[in-house]
Structure formats: C-alpha cells, structure tokens
Design a protein around this ligand. Sequence first.
Ligand code: GLU
Length: 338
Amino acid sequence: MGGSLVAVTAITLPEHLQRLLAEGERLRRQHHRGRYAPSPTGPLHLGNLRTALLSWLITRLQGGEWLLRIDDLDTPRNRPDAEASILNDLRWLGLDWDGPLIRQSERRGLYATVLSSLRGAGLLYPCRCSRRLLADVSAPHGRSPVYPRLCRGLEPRWGPEAGRLPSWRLAMDPGLLCWQEQLVPCGVLDLEREVGDVVLRRADGFLAYHLATAVDELSLGMADVVRGADLWAATGPQVAVMRHLRPHGSSLPRYWHTPLWRDGAGERLSKRQGGTGLADLRARGLDAAAVLGLLAASLDLVPPATRLSSTELLQEQSLPRLQALLRQTPVAQDAAGT
Ligand code: GLU
C-alpha cells in the first residue's frame, strides 16, 4: 500500500474536556486499563465470551483495572433484558470488573461537546445524502462502501430541509492511518480509500458509535483495547477521531484484534442467528469451570476438557505466552470482515 502518514489538525477543546483527556492519559500510563464493551442487543455467544475472557486476562495479567462499558447508543437495536444477561454471564464466569458499570447512553453530553469542538474546528461537514442515494451511487465493493464525498466542499447548510437535518461527517485527509496492534506488526488503513468520511452524528440525531468509543477510550484511560477482529475496520474512524483530540504525541490505546469463533462450517457466530450462549451450555449440564476450560482450550491455552476457575487460569498464564498463542491464529480473514 502506498501513501504517506496522515497529517493531523489540532483542535481547541473546552478546558473541562482538556482536563478529562489529561486525566485519561494519566490513567492509561499508570493503571493498565482494559475494557469489555458489549452492545446490549442480545445474549453473549461463545465468541463474545471468549473475547471478554481474553480482555480480562490481558488486563489482569498486567495487574490492570478492567472496566465494563455497555455500548447502548443505538437504542432501537437494544434488547431490554440483554444488559442483565451480559452482567450475569460475566459474573458466572468469574470475570469481575472494576468500578461502576459505564453506559454510553449516560455520556451523551460528553460526546456532544466533542462533536461541537470538531465542528468548530472545521473538521466536520453536513451531508444530506439519503441512504437510498448512496446505495445507488456506491460500487458494491465490500460491506460498507466508502462515502463518495458528494457533500464535501458544498456550502454548509445546518437547518432542516424537507423536514430533515443533515448528518455530520468527519472530513478525512488523504494518507495512511497507523495504530499500535499487538497481534500483527501494525494496524494501518488508507483514510481515503478504506475509511472515508464517516458519519459522527446521524441525521436523526443519534451520535455515532465511533465518536463515543473514541472519546471513551481516551477519557477512560484505556491502555489495551481487546476486541474481535471484525472491528478492525472500525479502528480507522476511531483512531482518526482520537488523533484530533490528542494530536501531540500522547499515547493512544494498543489494539488486540482477536480471532473470531467459527462454527463447524467455518461461519462466525452471530447474536442475530442466536449463536450458542451460556444458557445452552448450562442446559447441557456444564458448570463455570467447564465453560472456562472450553473457552481457554479453544485457543490452546489449556488442554481440552480442562476444568478451572478464572483465577486459576490467570495464575497459570503469562502475557508473552498468551500473545504468542494469539499471534499464531490468523486474523486477517476476520479483519477483512469475511
Ligand atoms: N459494542 C461493540 C460490539 O459489541 C464494539 C465493541 C468494542 O469496541 O470493543 O461489537
């Protein structure tokens, strides 16, 4: 891939935000924080549980604090009983988290302030393209085609037109965006060709997951972001936002995009298709020790049919061993979203 590293525009943030981000920086350097960030769209399946276990292990092996964040901004997709089921499953497995539960829906004011600052710095532009129009003009290459920039460079018009407000997109400069990746040599995406001008606030007023997540990783001081390799592409927009907020060489999180769990036919599990969760395993008579053994054995951390608690697993692992094992499992296919 050709191209040069992308230049970053520094923006002026309100003082309280600067303080919050500086505190996040301190936490990142001193507390080895990690997090698990499920969306409450249904019960966790085995793949989700394995990612949670890895995130917990990677954080605890460094003596760090592990936070639990519920990504519940996309309210129509939320299911009323999902949050309780997620908390129960994590507790049952012995994956304990630190501090209070964090819900993105309770942090909308913070995200809106950051959005205003990005807009004030001229980094966002209003877009009035409908989904229908975009579906017509975009070439069918990949799952989420890059926005063809139809509204970029037009005179900004803020108000409602035909009963709709515009969405707001982040204008990406051409260049390569790089981030620190722990399981492959580095993370890199071409901003123009692979990321594009992503929406940070939708026309219906919803704040985008990318904006919220970028703000959370920085303000909550995440040192390690451990998540499934299907979120590789999401890292582009998120790191792009973070770099505008912390442009002066401050550290960003390290990413661990972990292999996805595949069923016997090689398909990834999905919540929508009701991939196997703890309820099924419990119904088959497995207890927490057996399930933890199953999750750990699926990555060769322990021999098949091992029974152990989360604490025992923690005691017998080391970060270099875990990293080496995960590096052997190819994630490229998952990262491409196939
Ligand atoms: N909440 C999103 C998901 O469950 C993102 C998770 C993350 O960023 O780790 O897919």
